[in-house]
Ligand binder design. Structure first.
Ligand SMILES: *Cc1c(COP(=O)(O)O)cnc(C)c1O
Length: 225
């Protein structure tokens, strides 16, 4: 068994208590590494760049479920709309409208998560917690027939402070539960809570994550050189 396969097996065995989807984040890694994970049974993979995602989709087996987890520019949605399984990084209504338009062109409906800004550190992307309820109840969102909002995604602050990370994940979980409890249109279903990466996924699982996005703990450190 390869190192990648051992890492996956180890991760999956640690997920048995809480049912949770493992998305293997393969950004910067070669297709041979993805095939290694694929042969161990892994089918959900995620990338953060449109070009890399589209290129890997072309090259790899078609039963792979591809997740877009990085910031998505509206003018690039068309390149992934025909095949993407789940977009985690919806951070504006404008982007969601473009996904709807390209999904319609591709003759499909695309599942999306709303990215929420939960980190106490300042970051550029994601909705503020107070924006979510008005958004999911808006006529504008309800009229989008080719997207389905299936949950939320968030990233905690990159810190050693576990209590801070827990606080941030818990706040996202609370938002998720709040949204579940209100009246939602047919194209919004609060089912997935995407939170947790290599450094913090055990904390995310403890806080109710249903989907973790793990890269370096599977494929090893990334080399951006
Ligand atoms: C890179 C990335 C991950 C995975 O990060 P690791 O620390 O390598 O597990 C998860 N989510 C997003 C949005 C990413 O860009």
């Amino acid at each position: 068994m390869s190192q990648i396969q051992e890492n996956i097996r180890h991760l999956i065995s640690s997920l048995t208590e809480t049912p949770c989807q493992l998305v293997a984040i393969s950004k910067t890694k070669p297709v041979s590494d993805i095939m290694d994970a694929y042969e161990a049974g892994q089918r959900h993979f995620g990338e953060n760049k449109v070009q890399e995602l589209a290129a890997k989709y072309e090259e790899l087996p078609k039963d792979i479920k591809w997740h877009m987890v990085g910031h998505l520019q509206r003018n690039k949605v068309k390149y992934i709309a025909p095949f993407v399984h789940l977009i985690h990084s919806i951070d504006s209504l404008k982007l969601l409208k473009e996904v709807n338009k390209q999904a319609e062109k591709a003759g499909r409906t695309i599942d999306c998560l709303l990215q929420v800004h939960i980190a106490e550190e300042s970051t550029k992307f994601g909705f503020g917690p107070e924006e979510l309820t008005p958004l999911v109840q808006s006529d504008a969102l309800q009229s989008l027939e080719h997207v389905r909002v299936v949950g939320l995604m968030g990233m905690a602050t990159f810190t050693e402070d576990e209590s801070q990370i827990k606080r941030e994940f818990s706040s996202l979980h609370t938002l998720f539960e709040q949204l579940k409890s209100i009246q939602l249109p047919d194209n919004v279903k609060m089912q997935e809570l995407s939170m947790g990466m290599s450094g913090d996924y055990p904390l995310a699982l403890a806080c109710g994550s249903t989907m973790i996005r793990v890269g370096s703990s599977i494929f090893g450190a990334r080399n951006y050189a």
